[in-house]
Ligand binder design. Sequence first.
Ligand SMILES: [Zn+2]
Ligand SMILES: [Zn+2]
Length: 151
Amino acid sequence: MTELKQHLNEKGLRLTWQRQVVMEVVGKHKGKHLSSSEIFELVKESHPSIGLATIYRTLPLLEKMKLLNKICLDDGCVRYESYTPKEQEHHHLICMACGAVYEVEQDLLGIKEKQIIRDNHFSIKGYMVKLYGYCESCAEKKSEMKKEVAL
Ligand SMILES: [Zn+2]
Ligand SMILES: [Zn+2]
């Protein structure tokens, strides 16, 4: 945490205890994608005095500080995860049935990047791909349903 504090001090930002607690919770759930209310519930376990409004205020701030990544899924639910620098970028597989989010670290666009820069005079600073589909258990459920209909 001290390295983090130093980094923030250089930027003139303060890491209040509320911000620190939120960072700890998100850090403990690496690879998870937590909604604001899930983060609230987790923080409340150790800090019952914290209010939901504080969490809602804190999350966008931490995102601005580049401590958290915000992921907007099309279900209208905003989720957060630990900040990942560009070289560690990953993409998300999103289940359309249960909303589960999985991570893939493959470089999905790689080869095309230079071409895009050349053709569009657009320099790419990062990208995050969202792939929609069904997770294994939802796909199974779906095929079972189809079987039932067929009977
Ligand atoms: Zn699913
Ligand atoms: Zn992720």
